[in-house]
Write a protein that binds this ligand. Structure first.
Ligand SMILES: Nc1nc2c(ncn2[C@@H]2O[C@H](COP(=O)(O)OP(=O)(O)O)[C@@H](O)[C@H]2O)c(=O)[nH]1
Ligand SMILES: [Mg+2]
Length: 342
């Protein structure tokens, strides 16, 4: 531990630097996490596709749950808890019927409770606007929270041209947000736009979701003291108000650039100004300096409330060399805040 540091603005930051061993294989010490404590859950077809891709990056130490009315979402998966919403031919499909998906998810609670009781953190990925994701994700998040899990939901909003889907999504989002500790809203339009910029198909634009999931899971698992870190995360997300996630990777000397990259991810417009809580994890190569960590902390905490609680962790991962990976959970945001991100 390097002890508390006080960056500009008077925000008190607790800083810990932990050397990770092999970045690809986080330690599972006896005092750290147990199997099943970290869970990525995909709900609905898009959510399942994202969850499979995200969990494939952290396969040895994060479990996977797939929930959909369509069993093709579960094809080709080796180790996952698969929950099919309706298991007779007449029941298959929840197209445009979120209430039906929600009711079916409710009836699956006895099965879901087996793995939700063990889990500490659930990262829920879903695309709103269809039936399965919009209905079942609300009920799944409710069950997870009831089982004592910390629930972080990432929900994609439909393309603006899809007005029927928009309506369903706008109904589902506040309900999902209410039963999640953190609910991050993604815009498929922004994602598609960014994918086009890079010359890839919009569905491949999901690399950002995978990075977010991987970054968050590494933040929580790599440090070895999972419970301590989950407690830090709990302290941050328990603040009242809105919350969001920021993730970025870039050169370790470009703190401001890293921050701007994190802010331009396909999140819906949301200002982090006035936030009262921030958990910031900075990961860099072996030559990362305290000065670089502080520069990133300054860039990410600039504009937070003057008395914000900031918990800062830093970790050395040899594979990052000159690069830095930053994951921030920002909470206590004034409701309805928007700064019109492009
Ligand atoms: N245009 C387009 N949008 C899609 C496609 N697949 C998914 N989406 C979007 O993703 C959202 C969720 O879709 P999906 O996960 O298939 O719904 P669910 O399985 O019924 O929950 C939809 O509301 C759409 O906005 C696609 O192939 N084309
Ligand atoms: Mg579907």
């Amino acid at each position: 531990m390097l002890g508390p540091v006080m960056p500009d603005g008077g925000i008190c930051v607790t800083l810990g630097v932990i050397d990770s061993h092999n970045p690809h294989d986080p330690p599972r010490s006896s005092s750290s996490m147990e199997e099943g404590e970290l869970l990525i859950a995909g709900i609905g077809s898009l959510g399942c596709a994202w969850a499979k891709a995200a969990q494939a990056r952290v396969t040895n130490w994060v479990d996977l749950t797939l929930v959909d009315a369509d069993d093709s979402s579960m094809v080709g998966v080796r180790h996952a808890n698969c929950l099919l919403l309706g298991d007779t031919p007449s029941e298959v499909g929840c197209a445009g019927m979120p209430q039906l998906a929600e009711a079916r998810m409710r009836s699956l609670q006895p099965i879901a409770s087996h793995f939700l009781e063990k889990a500490e953190l659930v990262l829920l990925l879903t695309g709103l606007g269809g039936g399965s994701g919009s209905g079942a994700s609300v009920e799944f998040a409710r069950q997870a929270a009831q089982a004592g899990c910390l629930v972080i939901s990432v929900a994609a909003m439909p393309f603006e041209a899809q007005s029927e889907r928009q309506k369903i999504a706008e109904d589902a989002l506040p309900r999902l947000s209410k039963v999640s500790h953190v609910c991050v809203e993604l815009s498929l339009d922004r994602m598609a736009w960014q994918a086009r910029e890079r010359g890839v198909d919009w569905q491949q634009g999901s690399a950002w979701v995978e990075e977010l999931a991987e970054g968050l899971m590494r933040t929580l698992a790599n440090v070895g003291l999972i419970n301590l870190d989950l407690m830090d995360l709990r302290a941050i997300v328990s603040k009242s108000g809105g919350s969001t996630l920021l993730v970025a990777e870039g050169h370790c000397d470009e703190a401001q650039e890293l921050y701007l990259r994190a802010r331009s991810s396909p999140l819906a417009a949301m200002s982090v100004g006035g936030a009262t809580g921030c958990l910031l994890q900075v990961e860099g190569g072996p030559h990362m300096t305290l000065k670089q960590v502080e520069a990133v902390a300054d860039a990410f905490t600039d504009g937070l409330s003057i008395d914000a609680q900031v918990i800062l962790g830093a970790r050395v991962s040899p594979d990052l060399e000159e690069r830095m990976r930053v994951v921030a959970v920002v909470s206590g945001l004034p409701r309805g805040a928007s700064d019109g991100l492009v």
